[in-house]
Design a protein around this ligand. Structure first.
Ligand code: GLC
Length: 479
């Protein structure tokens, strides 16, 4: 029997996305489909979904969704891309908004979305073998499936998987909206209750038959109070259904040999194009183009768990010691945006702070980068260190979550053989970040060592090939 999987999530590349979740939902399904799995994905039809994709969509169904006392229109559109069928839930009241998230009624918007997903199944005549929901916005699809739909054999047969991409965002609400917004009854209260409030992620952990997270190390870390943002108690109770599978990146998209935004292409063996990319970025940013000066970059959401406090503490010393230039790309918390803008004003010949989210620009920066800094305090998986590696930028990372699972420390054995694929440190301290970044810059300045090492890091396999098999195994075990 051919297995069928329905992914449920709030953002999917290339249709609408703000971060790593979108990358994964845009690439894992393709990898599974390439291995013969029938994978379909469902997401909201935000206004951000471009006209180009809308033009390709076909209308599948139209019906009403009832959410407590509400009755709301639902349109279902679909398109097929690389053997994956994508469904889009259309409701302009909920999804024609400025931004994907951060709206006052996010709880209601995603409750509607999750109800619509389950109501869609008989309408489109497709009941998957597995419903695989991602992060808190999709948590209610798993909760509803078990709590509200299991009387119907067609739904009861669907196995339930929930993936935590970031445990920090749990979907917490006051109990007074249990019935009114989430359309759950008193009988469901215990399922979603945690620490005196409604916690949707907790409810999904309870209702899913398998809970995964995006790296093995993070699966261990979230069992402890330090990393779990309060959820370790429930995770420990269900420890035997929790596992970690490392993400991959989209190898067709993140490829310096074919990437259309680069001025020149390059590969592990033919890396000349990387110098051209570095020079081109410097010309664009009006930075001096000296071939003995490395570019250090930070490409990240400017959020505190990305380790920006220790960057702020260490960066002046790093720039003084290495003579490097620094390019920062990202937006987020005001205090970090200001910090980097001030640093640029203070060192206009060395620092550029690009306070924006721009995917094309990010790949031009990866290609120009020599040393990529990612000292996260916590990191469920992290994709940037993998992209950086593929683009030949030496990663300097803190040993946490997926960073620890993907980047192994550089060292040279007695025979002169090089081990590892980056520079890593364990403690969350500015001192360690400083020391490892300076060490990475020293290696980079030694052109012989640079040649071998950069070639090595570019060939580490971060594609989905291996991890897709792990998901297939997980699905097979559930069926
Ligand atoms: C979240 C996590 C990040 C992970 C991504 C995809 O954005 O913070 O570490 O790589 O999800 O799973």
């Amino acid at each position: 029997m051919k297995k069928s999987i329905l992914f449920v999530g709030a953002e999917v590349m290339p249709f609408a996305a703000t971060g790593g979740l979108g990358d994964v939902l845009g690439s894992l399904p393709t990898a599974l489909a390439a291995k013969g799995v029938d994978v379909r994905v469902v997401m909201p039809l935000y206004s951000a979904v471009g006209a180009k994709y809308r033009a390709e969509m076909k209308k599948e169904a139209e019906f009403d969704v009832y959410l407590a006392w509400r009755r709301q229109y639902c349109g279902v559109y679909s398109l097929v891309k690389d053997k994956v069928t994508y469904y889009f839930i259309d409701n302009e009241y909920y999804f024609a908004r400025e931004a994907l998230y951060g709206q006052y009624d996010d709880g209601e918007r995603y409750a509607y979305f999750c109800s619509a997903v389950l109501e869609m199944l008989p309408q489109i005549g497709f009941f998957p073998d597995i419903l695989h929901a991602h992060d808190w916005q999709a948590a209610l699809s798993v909760i509803y499936l078990r709590q509200k739909y299991s009387y119907d054999a067609r739904y009861a047969a669907i196995r339930r998987v929930f993936t935590i991409h970031n445990i920090e965002y749990q979907g917490k609400y006051d109990f007074f909206i249990l019935g009114d917004v989430f359309a759950l009854s008193e009988a469901d209260r215990a399922v979603v209750e945690y620490d005196g409030c409604i916690n949707l992620m907790k409810g999904a952990i309870e209702c899913a038959e398998a809970v995964t997270t995006v790296s093995p190390r993070y699966a261990d870390e979230i069992m402890s109070p330090e990393y779990s943002h309060g959820l370790c108690h429930i995770l420990r109770r269900y420890a035997d259904k929790v596992s970690g599978i490392l993400n991959g990146i989209d190898y067709a998209y993140y490829n310096p040999w074919t990437d259309p935004v680069l001025v020149k292409h390059y590969s592990p063996k033919r890396r000349g194009g990387k110098d051209a990319c570095r020079s081109a970025l410097r010309a664009d940013l009006s930075l001096e183009d000296d071939k003995n000066t490395p570019i250090i970059s930070l490409i990240t959401r400017l959020a505190s768990h990305k380790g920006l406090d220790i960057v702020a503490e260490a960066i002046r010393g790093i720039l003084d010691e290495t003579g490097a230039q620094l390019v920062v790309l990202g937006k987020g918390e005001a205090k970090y945006e200001e910090f980097f803008k001030n640093l640029e004003a203070e060192r206009p010949d060395k620092v550029r702070a690009l306070i924006t989210y721009d995917r094309d620009l990010s790949r031009r920066i990866y290609a120009a980068t020599d040393i990529f800094m990612m000292p996260s305090k916590s990191e469920p998986c992290g994709l940037s260190q993998m992209i950086a590696s593929r683009y030949g930028a030496i990663p300097v990372v803190r040993e946490t979550g997926g960073l620890a699972d993907s980047i192994l420390p550089y060292w040279v054995d007695e025979e002169g053989e090089i081990h590892g694929n980056g520079f890593t440190f364990a403690g969350y301290t500015a001192g360690e970040l400083y020391e490892r970044t300076v060490a990475a810059a020293a290696l980079w300045k030694d052109t012989e060592k640079r040649k071998t090492f950069v070639e090595k890091i570019m060939t580490v396999d971060f594609s989905w090939a291996a991890s897709a098999d792990k998901y297939i195994e997980l699905y097979a075990n559930l069926l």
